[in-house]
Design a protein around this ligand. Structure first.
Ligand SMILES: Cc1cc2nc3c(=O)[nH]c(=O)nc-3n(C[C@H](O)[C@H](O)[C@H](O)COP(=O)(O)OP(=O)(O)OC[C@H]3O[C@@H](n4cnc5c(N)ncnc54)[C@H](O)[C@@H]3O)c2cc1C
Length: 401
């Protein structure tokens, strides 16, 4: 067994790569382990992009965390630029994916719109949250929405809530940047290291991967859809669900990120589509938040199109709202790591104080990853939970089940 680390992070995806980078940046001796080689297509982070927004109706804890995350994304971009010698010219341009990931933009402010029936309360709740928490927003009626975004087909009597500070996060690029930075700050990074078991032994925690054994003073488990597996005694209420997204041609350029925002379309209380503008000709991306299948995370996710009707559903949505969009160019299938209430679970193990865990992103967690990595790493290093994290405790998660 190697010399004990200060901290081992198990699962170097969205949350883990960020936490590992923050821990290493703070000077801790860190080991990052993942059973695959993130970014990869077996977890919850692929498909290039994620929406960033602050208008949350799940409580002000989410708004505060999102605000902190926004600052975190800008800092990450700045650190990557400084560390890897990116010129500001290159940083301000959206580079194609064949360039070095850490040399590209990580957060692209495009604004985010929420579209909903004027008489539904989805937009009213978002507006109330923005007003209560000081989040900038505008509310447009159907005519104003048509004037501002002529390529969007706004349903009759629908309204729009516009968040100018929202935007697009490049999820896979961000994970690569976090891992590269973590290594630059001195962390050890071991991909293709599945962890089978962790156990507290005296003052340390031992971590087994195949026939290798590692030890640390503190361990963070950020294993996404697999979160309950390494902590079976906690019976964490996280379930994997398959979801699909599809990209549609933007032949006219009307849906390019320079002129079109990310979007959420509320059809009813339990039916919501979301999507992102076309980035460097990627096509406009769309998915459905609720529709999918319960999945065993150990099984490779069935590819896009393998469940009947899924391409048709997204094509019909695109045709209805984005009349200038063309055919479906490609699709992808990914896993949500759902909790029953869609609330995150971030806590210290109640029986093993050297073990922390963070997960249950429930299809909306990526935007917070910079803040989750930051706050959890401070908790691990300084022993004090910051108030932002209280709402995500295991006790709260159980009450919400
Ligand atoms: C289709 C889709 C669209 C989404 N859209 C948005 C959006 O627009 N905005 C937003 O904010 N969020 C969005 N999300 C949610 C967000 O992407 C997830 O909440 C987030 O990626 C979860 O991060 P994670 O670190 O928990 O999981 P992951 O990023 O999946 O990382 C978990 C890692 O743990 C590793 N691992 C698991 N078990 C082990 C083990 N035993 N040993 C070693 N390693 C292990 C895995 O290999 C993986 O790399 C979306 C999710 C999906 C699927």
């Amino acid at each position: 067994m190697s010399r004990p680390y200060d901290c081992i992070v198990i699962g170097a995806g969205s949350f883990g790569a960020s936490a590992g980078m923050h821990l290493a940046r703070a000077g801790a001796r860190v080991l990052l382990l993942d059973m695959f080689h993130p970014p990869h297509k077996r977890g919850s982070h692929h498909g290039d992009t994620r929406i960033f927004r602050t208008a949350y109706t799940m409580g002000s804890a989410y708004v505060r965390l999102a605000e902190r995350a926004r600052a975190g994304w800008l800092r990450l971009e700045e650190d990557a630029r400084r560390c890897f010698g990116l010129t500001s010219d290159a940083a301000n341009r959206m580079a194609s994916t064949d360039e070095q990931p850490e040399r590209c933009k990580l957060f692209l402010p495009t604004g985010v719109i929420s579209v909903g029936e004027a008489y539904s309360n989805a937009l009213d709740k978002k507006e109330a949250s923005c007003a209560a928490n000081g989040v900038p927003y505008e509310r447009w009626d159907e005519r104003e929405a048509q004037r501002r975004l002529p390529a969007l087909c706004v349903p009759t009597q629908a309204q729009v809530l516009y968040e100018p500070e929202g935007g697009v996060l490049f999820s896979e690029r961000i994970i690569e940047a976090n891992l590269r930075l973590a290594e630059a700050y001195g962390a050890e990074w071991k991909p293709n290291h599945p962890v089978q078991r962790i156990a507290a032994v005296g003052n340390a925690v031992e971590v087994w991967s195949g026939n290798e054994r590692f030890a640390a003073s503190k361990v963070l488990v950020t294993t996404g859809a697999w979160l309950p597996r390494l902590l079976p005694s906690l019976c964490l209420p996280v379930r994997a669900e398959r979801r699909t997204v599809a990209w549609f041609e933007d032949t006219s350029g009307s849906y390019a990120a320079e002129r079109f925002p990310a979007f959420i379309v509320h059809q009813s209380a339990d039916s919501e589509y979301y999507g992102l503008p076309s980035v460097c000709g990627s096509g406009i991306k769309a998915g459905h938040h609720q529709l999918g299948q319960t999945w065993d995370p150990d099984e490779e996710v069935a590819p896009f199109g393998s469940c009947s009707g899924e391409e048709r559903l997204l094509s019909e949505f695109a045709a209805q709202h984005f009349p200038e969009a063309g055919r479906c160019i490609r699709g992808a299938a990914c896993m949500y790591e759902m909790t029953p209430s869609e609330q995150f679970i971030i806590d210290r193990h109640p029986g093993e104080p050297a073990i922390w865990f963070a997960g249950g992103g429930s299809g909306h967690g990526f935007k917070f990853a910079s803040a989750i990595g930051d706050t959890v790493s401070r908790w691990m290093l300084h022993g004090k939970r910051e108030p932002e994290l209280e709402a995500f405790s295991l006790v709260c998660a159980r009450l919400n089940t």
